[in-house]
Design a protein around this ligand. Sequence first.
Ligand code: GLA
Length: 405
Amino acid sequence: MGFNQKLTLSVAVLLFINQSSCLNNGLGKTPAMGWNTWNKYNCDISEDIIKQNAKKIVDLGLDKIGYVYINIDDCWQLADRDANGNVQADLTKFPNGMMAVGDYIHTLGLKFGIYSSAGTQTCQGKAGSLGFEKQDAQYYSNIGADYLKYDNCFNQGVQGKKRYTDMRDALNSTGRPIYYSICSWGTENIWEWGAETGNSWRTTLDIENFWASVKFNFNFNAQLADYSGSGSWNDPDMLEIGNNNLTIFEEKSHFALWCFLKAPLILGNDLVNMGPEVLAIISNQYLIDVNQNSVAQARCIMNCQQKSQVYHTQVHGNYPYDAILVMNWDNKEKSSVMIDFMTLGLAQYAYDKCDVFDMWAGSLIGTYQGRYFVNNVLPHNNVALKIQCKSFTAKDFLTSKSLLQ
Ligand code: GLA
């Protein structure tokens, strides 16, 4: 074999190894945004419910701000496969089959998500995909799926890395880009091998519709910032906002915390009957900007062992800024938290002027030098700030000096 032939062969082998050992769907450059059936409807799903919620996304303009995935969770399929081993849609719930639902979702300009388990059955006892990865991946591609949530029930004790990699490769080989959402509940340190396998990975057991669960899932994910990056995100589970158990402050905090974590923002409520307060929370453009455009998952920078933590990340764009979240986990009001611009690395010099913008009010609070005090944060509530510091010019310095004399 001549040198050139050897070179060509080596390049081909390298390309093959590269292709077969990583996820190459090009998706999830920013955390996925959309809606899923599970938190609100569990198994009580139907073609109508999916269509109504999908239509509502468009009617409310939520698609324009990023919520584009309409994901059907467990119970769309039957427990048994057909004689050829094909997974079968439950026609009592989806009388026109799954492709018809996908077509409707696509007609609205949205993307279509489907669900299965890396086990013999799904968590609700429907047909799972273990051993049927290629056949099922081809089916998802045929019905036009754009997203797969892949659960962990009935896994027969087979190593997760093998089960999730098998489905990754099966999805890759369909040639259709399908966002791959791993739902392995944080087992086998998924964050350590998640990036080469999926677009996002669940880090915990299921979120529940109460504050302690939101808090637990957040805190667990907050420690995993090193593993999150473009195309591969920590997933603290879907949102419970609008499911009528959290207080309005807890709902606001749930949203802000997930945005700062760079978590997938998958709504889990009834959009058709959603009130204006919930709509205002989930469509807060400033927080969505943090979720979609920050450089990295936020990290705690102050009071990390206390009940009023301060999280920070930087946001890209034409006018880059620092995003700060003051979270009051306590059951009593927090009277004052000092944001010292230089100590926290937001300003270069003590005299720098910093614009402080309130993301919840959507307005500029004012321009401050040195520090800003966040006052009276109510229990379980948060304050989300955009802070932009400008270096003090020589002219400013002279003016301020003369003012001081
Ligand atoms: C598991 C998952 C949930 C949901 C249910 C469906 O518990 O973690 O998110 O998909 O299964 O049965």
